[in-house]
Design a binder for this molecule. Sequence first.
Ligand code: SAM
Ligand code: DTB
Ligand code: SF4
Length: 326
Amino acid sequence: MDDRTTNLTGHVDPIRHDWTRADVRALFERPFPELLFQAQTLHRAYFDPCEVQISTLLSIKTGGCPEDCAYCPQSVHYDTGVAAEKLMSLDAVLKAARDAKASGASRFCMGAAWRSPKDRDLDKVCAMVEGVKALGLETCVTLGMLDGGQAQRLKSAGLDYYNHNLDTSPEFYGAIISTRTYEDRLDTLAHVRQAGIHVCCGGIVGMGESREDRIGMIATLASLPEHPESVPINMLVRVAGTPLMQIDALDAFEFVRTIAVARITMPASVVRLSAGREDMSEETQALCFLAGANSIFYGPKLLTTPNPAQDRDRALMDKLGLVPRL
Ligand code: SAM
Ligand code: DTB
Ligand code: SF4
């Protein structure tokens, strides 16, 4: 494993994989101006701070999921009004991918509400990956748990990224999901890595977890043998019918802190300001970009819930002088 990365200034910097909870806690406790300065300094060492990577999401298989993730509108365990659908056709997926490319996305992320894919379904997803890649887009899928062979098949189809979130700390995980374990998640991440696919892995905040849980989540991510290339930080979208619908909203500054700590601990990774932007002020989003976020989901829908309209996001990027990363 190569754990050194050349930054934009040409220096070879060590990327740390030994972040303790005490280290991460100390970052969370820094005065806000110091935390943001540190995050910005590292952001600039590895990236152009004006560039934002743009991904578009498509739910290729919606609803009816057997897992009981307490945040998720697609679980069969909760009555959220999301109907179970079949896997989309290849043609419909490619049409959505063409539209996403025309709108300026560089990556197309396909999500399926599965615990893990069946072999027959995986063949169909592999064909989607091949087709989307042929359009000149980067490909990402999130299909639930994978074994080593399944990861290899996706790699052979040309998959660039696999999204599989740790979601929270190991301690809080059981309060959110009972149908799988943290170890299951880590096992899939290892299979994805072993297959040579880039890892997209982050979590959700605002689920009623404590700061210690946010610390535990970031410390786990930043202590993986290789940092995920892409780290989505989601603000919980509170969906009616899910057990987390009544949870108090997380303070916006705590969300910005979480982004900053992800940036500092995983400086060469792309940090995505993911779900939750629909209810976030422009000012909070701007603070997230200042704290080191450099990616968004673009387009009016996430998987099943709303995301800001494209003209709103274009206007925000223009106001801030941000440009899509090509
Ligand atoms: N079923 C697969 C899995 O769980 O890995 C893939 C799809 S799942 C919907 C992808 C991710 O979406 C979850 O890991 C979670 O982090 C995020 N997510 C789901 N519902 C959310 C919500 N209400 N608010 C924020 N993020 C959410
Ligand atoms: C991720 O971290 N966030 C995205 C993507 N990976 C797959 C999903 C957000 C889903 C929000 C709830 C919904 O729209 O259903
Ligand atoms: Fe299923 Fe994924 Fe939703 Fe959990 S997060 S219920 S695994 S779709």
